[in-house]
Design a protein around this ligand. Sequence first.
Ligand code: NAD
Length: 295
Amino acid sequence: MANIAFIGLGNMGGPMAANLVKAGHKVAGFDLVEASRDAAKAAGVAVAARTEEAVKGADAVITMLPAGKHVLSVWKEIIPALGETKLLIDCSTIDVESARYAHGQAALAKLPSVDAPVSGGTGGAKNATLTFMCGGDDAAFAAAKPILEAMGKKIVHCGAAGAGQAAKICNNMILGISMIGVCEAFTLGEKLGLSHQALFDVASTSSGQCWSLTSYCPVPGPVPTSPANDEYKPGFAAALMLKDLRLSQEAAKATGASTPLGAHAESIYDAFEKAGQGGVDFSGIIHALRMAGKK
Ligand code: NAD
């Protein structure tokens, strides 16, 4: 069992750190927010007063932070203090460029590193059923895998540094586009006098089948566990979907990939957030489509 430092104990990081404790690891951690520190402490994490203190003597350091700028700033702070540490793992969803830069900084200090963003949401974080998409060399991935297995059920090595982040934004671009497509179909079905259940029963067993429909149905009823049945509370907030779509479009621009539907999905979620709906589950985009329709 390893000594692990966990920086960023929020909605995802908190339960992930708790699962490492449950698996028998010795976990130290830090977060800027007191409530997150208290919850982690209650779950058995040795909460430190500062990041630098939390990482002292760690075999591996995991970061789970909001965006690239937070990861770069924390890694800049900790890398000089990590003499004996064997591994750096970033599980945040960040832009590919920042991820590659972070790997480069770690390599300069001769520290193995892995980008390992996740899919599965807060439910997956609590239940240790996350999917990890990893980028880094073979040795770093092999060292990270047993640690990640305490927090997830599928650990995929996607390629070299930054490949995990690349897989994450491609996946979430599909998700943003497919959710809007499913919501459009329900909105059109309503106008045509079709019941939600009838459309679900047909599309879920036909060629329109996809995760946004069968696991995360955006209307109440057909999938009892979807946020639509709980007033569209997240789940996965629309603001986070917008963040991931923005990352996908930055990457598309940087690489010259043509992603017209990804760009359109970004503009639809951008308008939703500007209308004050960023905290609503991303399946709540169906409200915006209904409102945009004519009588
Ligand atoms: P969150 O805001 O709940 O947690 C982030 C935490 O980082 C906060 O508690 C914040 O205080 C802490 N933090 C920020 N800067 C810090 C610093 N310098 N030192 C220490 N702590 C610091 O966010 P979250 O939902 O846990 O998401 C974390 C990451 O996971 C994001 O990149 C997000 O895109 C990604 N993600 C989230 C979900 C989800 O469903 N919530 C799903 C997949 C991926």
